[in-house]
Design a protein around this ligand. Structure first.
Ligand code: BEZ
Length: 236
């Protein structure tokens, strides 16, 4: 019963990120407080020394500097121990040249969670998929330590890291410009101006009172923000 209750805890979008202390490949951390003021991507993988996870870690390892430039700290997790993590990351660096990538070094912390305490706290153990390994979860946590987006993937499907980066850029753009973003948005595409509260404003919008707005109907107005403008504020 108690185990089920713990397993059933699923943090939600808008919740404060649950706090924990952990041992990692980069030393001990207090999460999320050690990283307050930065964006955090906390992600789990099922197991060290498995192929899909290896391909994911090589991809994240290659992209780490791109996430750093966006003021974002990557933090990985699996229910393996410290020696396994270290041996796996060393094997990746020294032996695996998937996609022709050589010498890929994973410099971000990888959490040791043999007890599964952190995985359970974050709803990463999903018994229908596996009772012994975390699913592929991704938590996007903002500089104020609030969960802003959650993704879950099954064990057998590697994540799309362009999409992970697009979501981070999208969340930062939402915050920086007070806009919403349409399907498949990328920097440079039109953004959605949330509808104003009053009918008068809606009528003004439709009648073209604001030349920056393009309204498809009263509830669907967009404006342009250039790629350069978006990029000038990223990481802030
Ligand atoms: C993998 O990363 O390849 C993997 C891990 C656990 C189950 C299935 C695949």
């Amino acid at each position: 019963m108690e185990t089920n209750e713990v397993l059933n805890v699923m943090p939600r979008i808008g919740d404060a990120a649950p706090e924990f202390q952990a041992v990692t490949t980069q030393g001990n951390i207090n999460f999320p407080s050690d990283f307050t003021g930065k964006w955090k991507i906390l992600f789990s993988h099922p197991a060290d020394f498995t192929p899909v996870c290896t391909s994911e870690f090589m991809t994240f390892g290659k992209m780490d500097d791109e996430f750093k430039a966006l003021n974002c700290q990557l933090v990985g997790l699996s229910v393996d121990g410290l020696h396994s993590h270290i041996a796996w990351l060393r094997t990746i660096k020294e032996k695996i040249n998937w996609k022709g990538w050589d010498n890929v070094e994973v410099k971000f912390p990888l959490i040791v969670d043999i007890t599964m305490n952190v995985a359970k706290l974050y709803g990463m153990i999903q018994p229908g998929e596996s009772t012994t390994a975390a699913v592929r979860a991704v938590f996007f946590i903002d500089p104020n330590n609030v969960i802003r987006t959650i993704m879950y993937y099954p064990l057998s499907l590697g994540r799309n890291f362009d999409e992970i980066k697009r979501v981070l850029i999208g969340l930062q753009t939402v915050d920086n410009f007070g806009v919403a973003l349409p399907a498949d948005w990328r920097p440079g595409d039109e953004v959605i101006v949330p509808p104003a509260g009053s009918c008068g404003v809606a009528k003004d919008r439709m009648e073209g009172a604001d030349s920056n707005l393009h309204c498809y109907d009263w509830f669907f107005c967009t404006r342009n923000i250039s790629k350069e403008e978006v990029e000038s504020k990223l990481g802030k």
